[in-house]
Design a protein around this ligand. Structure first.
Ligand code: CTP
Ligand code: MG
Length: 171
């Protein structure tokens, strides 16, 4: 396993991208209200265009700022780390939308808790960044750490966002 600090700093663009839409989101939904033949929305009202673009921007900026003062062992150089920040942020929001897509197909209403949406965004971000990242990123213990931390942080962050009045529901 890589040093803890390296693992935590790697997660910055992902976590910022995933949490910022709660504040930045709103307005028109990403699926423009489209309903599929199963009678459920493509993604639902929880995924907005502003949240999607805002989350990608916030995650990229956060990861880019990190890259200025710290060379991640998971990217070969600073340039790749910058591009990596964008790819991780994009993967996070794409994965988040995919999670909602699966949730809707399973008939789970938007805003309802669902095991999958805790981890889909992390998996998609890690898969998309594969061409840019060093192989050591995918060392099993690193992945276990990313997964375990996310499973703990995600519900905690949602609870805090709810208590802070940012979210209507505590999940
Ligand atoms: N959000 C957004 N745009 C996105 C993602 C999130 O505007 N692309 C905002 C929405 O206000 C959303 C909140 O962030 O309600 C929390 O996001 P999340 O928990 O991912 O969505 P849910 O509302 O739970 O919807 P779903 O059931 O589809 O996960
Ligand atoms: Mg949710």
């Amino acid at each position: 396993m890589e040093p803890l600090l390296d693992l935590l700093l790697f997660l910055i663009p992902i976590y910022v991208a995933n949490s910022s839409p709660v504040v930045l989101g709103g307005g028109a939904p990403l699926d423009f209200g489209l309903v599929l033949p199963d009678g459920n929305r493509l993604l639902g009202n929880g995924k907005t265009i502003r949240g999607f673009l805002g989350g990608i921007l916030a995650g990229t900026v956060a990861g880019g700022m990190t890259a200025v003062f710290y060379q991640s062992p998971f990217f070969p150089n600073t340039e790749m780390q910058f591009i990596g920040a964008f790819v991780l942020a994009f993967g996070t929001l794409a994965g988040d939308a995919m999670g909602s897509f699966i949730k809707r197909r399973a008939g789970v209403g938007w805003g309802k808790p669902f095991m999958l949406d805790t981890i889909t965004f992390l998996i998609v971000a890690l898969v998309l960044v594969y061409p840019l990242a060093s192989a050591r990123l995918y060392e099993p213990l690193n992945l276990v750490f990313f997964g375990a931390l996310t499973l703990i942080i995600h519900p905690l962050a949602n609870l805090l966002a709810n208590r802070a009045g940012l979210k209507n529901v505590p999940w």
